[in-house]
Design a protein around this ligand. Structure first.
Ligand code: ADP
Ligand code: MG
Length: 350
């Protein structure tokens, strides 16, 4: 599927963002020594922006008057800048056309879930040199439709998500291990060990809407505001103490985290995992360890369901040392709900 959207330029010109502080901090060097030449050889011109602060990329995307002159927008970073790109586009008045501009993911961060997932769809090995696989996905300038997710939280009424929502154990691991960014993706494993030793539980009520073959997710009406009851009797409710709630729209949420093995880019599905008490530390460890093969979804103490929407209402007792993590970005724990918007985004992929 090539880019034929009339509103999007076919000029072979990319807008490239580099986060110099991504992961081990070599993204700019990598761009100059290894990525630039690929673009040159493919006869692709580009404008380069090296981000200087959090929100820089999002602001530029949001305010740019001439975005449509670009064939696509590329992030040389972790998932963080991708989140800024999608949310920058989403904040624009012309979102309904600009959501069709393809986005490219060249992994340089400590969390590269989307790039890892694309390599999986390409059937390419990722561990040896993810860069080449990902650069090829961009320079071919071919793009595909991708599901996005609309999110409301108490403090942020309108967010867009392309990757994941986490709360409880795995969200806390992600955030607490941020100071280990320099060791790259291994930070997750090291952080996990520490967190399981001091396992916490979190009180909440969770509502989810299981995928229903009879009602395509396109036809789902918008969710009511967070403080109003949910309409449909098909919603499933779970209440009590949880260890973890995690959802993803892509198969890999990190290099070795094969979270949703059956996920594809445009399946219209949010893959939701719920882990409730009672559960032992041994069982939690087994859950985390089996995620590299994707076998955690068969564990009897794991609820793993394809849904089109969910709502999470944390209890007031949940303290400030726990987080709500959306596409790897940290928020304080707060009520939230998510709803799939099938095939709304585009991503560069061969
Ligand atoms: P990582 O995978 O290591 O977390 P990301 O590229 O995802 O790397 O970036 C993490 C965060 O860094 C993002 O939230 C982004 O907003 C922020 N950021 C972007 N540019 C800069 C910068 N120059 N200095 C510090 N943080 C930045
Ligand atoms: Mg999907």
């Amino acid at each position: 599927m090539s880019v034929t959207t009339p509103n999007i330029a076919e000029s072979r010109r990319l807008l490239v963002f580099v986060n110099p502080n991504s992961g081990p901090g070599v993204a700019l060097k990598t761009f100059n020594t290894r990525i630039r030449s690929f673009l040159g050889e493919a006869n692709i011109s580009y404008d380069l922006i090296v981000t200087t602060h959090v929100g820089h990329c999002q602001q530029i995307i949001q305010d740019s008057k001439d975005l449509s002159k670009y064939t696509g927008i590329v992030a040389v970073s972790g998932d963080g800048l991708l989140y800024e790109i999608f949310n920058g586009l989403f904040a624009r008045e012309d979102w309904d056309t600009m959501c069709e501009i393809p986005v490219g993911a060249i992994p340089q961060g400590s969390g590269n879930g989307l790039a890892r997932s694309l390599a999986h769809f390409n059937n390419e090995p990722y561990l040896h040199d993810p860069l080449v696989v990902s650069v090829l996905n961009v320079v071919k300038l071919k793009s595909r439709e991708m599901d996005l997710c609309l999110i409301n939280t108490t403090n942020f009424p309108k967010l867009i998500s392309f990757l994941s929502v986490g709360w409880g154990l795995m969200a806390d691991i992600d955030i607490e291990s941020e100071r280990l960014r320099m060791i790259g993706e291994a930070r997750f494993t090291v952080g996990a060990l520490a967190r399981v030793m001091r396992l916490r539980t979190y009180k909440a009520t969770i509502f989810y809407l299981p995928v229903n073959e009879d009602t395509p997710s396109e036809e789902m009406p918008p969710l009511p505001p967070l403080d109003e009851p949910l309409p449909d009797q098909r919603w499933v409710t779970m209440s009590g103490e949880f260890v973890c709630v995690y959802s993803s729209m892509v198969p890999f949420i990190g290099t070795d985290l094969f979270f949703a093995p059956k996920s594809v880019l445009n399946d219209g599905i949010i893959w939701l995992m719920i882990v409730k008490v009672p559960i032992s530390k041994f069982q939690v460890t087994q859950l985390l360890l089996s995620m590299d093969k994707g076998t955690h979804i068969q564990l009897p103490w794991v609820t793993f369901v394809p849904v089109t929407a969910f709502r999470l209402i944390p209890d007031k007792s949940v303290g400030p040392q726990s987080y709500l993590v959306i596409d790897g970005e940290k928020l304080d724990t707060q009520a939230m709900q998510a709803q799939i918007i099938p095939r709304k985004g585009r991503i560069f992929m061969r």
